[in-house]
Design a binder for this molecule. Structure first.
Ligand code: SAM
Ligand code: DTB
Ligand code: SF4
Length: 325
């Protein structure tokens, strides 16, 4: 690894000048970085499972699982360990090397539900998969218990800039998010942290999000870039659609700023053409979520993803391959 090339002191004006490069120049630079740190023909397949759905007390304006909005999402209790293991096994058979469990919690409850999550982590890890969880805010003890159970990474997104954040979420602060991320890092768990584009934010908000991510030390190991999935009933249901080239710029800039991180083309792929998705991969994204559902919203069918990679002469990373340990 060319660790010497990794910088943590990116400034807002540098980020702006990268993001606004002529697209051919931006993609060329992103590709140069990408192939020094990753195999350009490989994509990591991750699978998502909602282990506890809906009824969340937070008011995230994009989220179908918030109890503040009527979105038609059916609430469920925490799944059983066996249900989760079966889903992880199925995901592994479809080629996923990472399994991410999401819960619509503001923070992780203590006691039996948390014990059950720890058992899920141990059992999924035992299948040879990377395991990621996204469960809301964590205490230091919970972070350490998750680390001891073998958790590979914890997903906790900053979502947008510190300035725009209050327009999207009022029930917790940016600082709350940063504190949880710090606890995760201190427990020795890798950080998965990214954001969403298409929530009405300005370009400057995107630069500020990227600045927040790229000045963390170490960088988040994994950076999910989500394109807003507009869900009826949420305050962002009618948000204007964002130019797809903004997504490409966001991905390419993330790739240049955080060369060793896995940049994930996450939610929103159903609203992208095959060509747009290909451009995102050319710009440095090297992971997608596979399976017909994200947490609660639809995702491209597995056959379409497989066919797309085949047409591009690319492939899913194998178990135990680069970064899949
Ligand atoms: N409750 C936990 C939390 O907020 O950290 C975990 C689950 S939450 C659904 C995980 C992430 O999914 C959010 O931080 C957000 O970035 C993303 N997300 C949720 N709804 C989305 C949507 N409609 N479109 C795009 N991304 C979304
Ligand atoms: C992330 O950044 N995106 C994934 C994962 N982390 C947990 C979640 C996307 C959720 C999209 C809305 C839904 O399906 O409910
Ligand atoms: Fe709850 Fe997470 Fe959805 Fe926010 S994003 S409402 S915290 S499930």
């Amino acid at each position: 690894m060319n660790d010497a090339e990794i910088r943590y002191d990116w400034t807002l004006s540098e980020i702006e000048s990268i993001y606004t490069l002529p697209l051919p120049e931006l993609v060329f630079r992103a590709q140069g970085v990408h192939r020094r740190f990753h195999r350009p023909d490989e994509v990591q397949a991750c699978a998502l499972l909602s282990i506890k759905t809906g009824g969340c007390p937070e008011d995230c304006a994009y989220c179908p699982q918030s109890a503040h909005y009527r979105t038609g999402v059916v609430r469920t209790d925490l799944l059983s360990v066996e249900e989760v293991v079966a889903a992880a096994q199925a995901a592994r058979e479809r080629g996923a090397t990472r399994f991410c469990m999401g819960a619509a919690w503001r923070e992780v409850p203590s006691g039996l539900p948390f014990e059950r999550v720890l058992e899920m982590v141990r059992r999924v890890r035992a299948l040879g998969l990377q395991v990621c969880c996204t469960l809301g805010m964590l205490t230091e003890e919970q972070a350490q218990a998750l680390a001891a159970a073998g958790l590979t990474a914890y997903n906790h997104n900053l979502d947008t800039s510190p300035e725009y954040y209050g327009r999207i979420i009022t029930t917790r602060t940016y600082q709350d998010r940063l504190t949880t991320l710090e606890r995760v890092r201190r427990a020795g768990i890798r950080v998965c942290c990214g954001g969403i584009i298409g929530m009405g934010e300005s370009r400057r908000d995107r630069y500020r999000l990227l600045e927040q991510l790229a000045t963390q030390r170490p960088h988040p190991e994994s950076v999910p870039i989500n394109l807003l999935v507009r869900v009826a009933g949420t305050p962002l249901a009618d948000a204007p659609s964002v130019d797809v080239f903004e997504l490409v710029r966001m991905i390419a800039t993330a790739r240049i700023l955080m060369p060793a991180s896995v940049v994930r083309l996450s939610a929103g792929r159903l609203s992208l053409s095959d060509e747009a998705q290909a451009l995102c991969l050319l710009a440095g994204a090297n992971s997608i979520f596979i399976g017909e559902r994200l947490l609660t919203t639809p995702n491209p069918l597995p056959d379409r993803d497989r066919a797309l990679l085949e047409r591009l002469g690319m492939r899913f990373q194998e178990q135990g391959g680069d970064g899949a340990s």
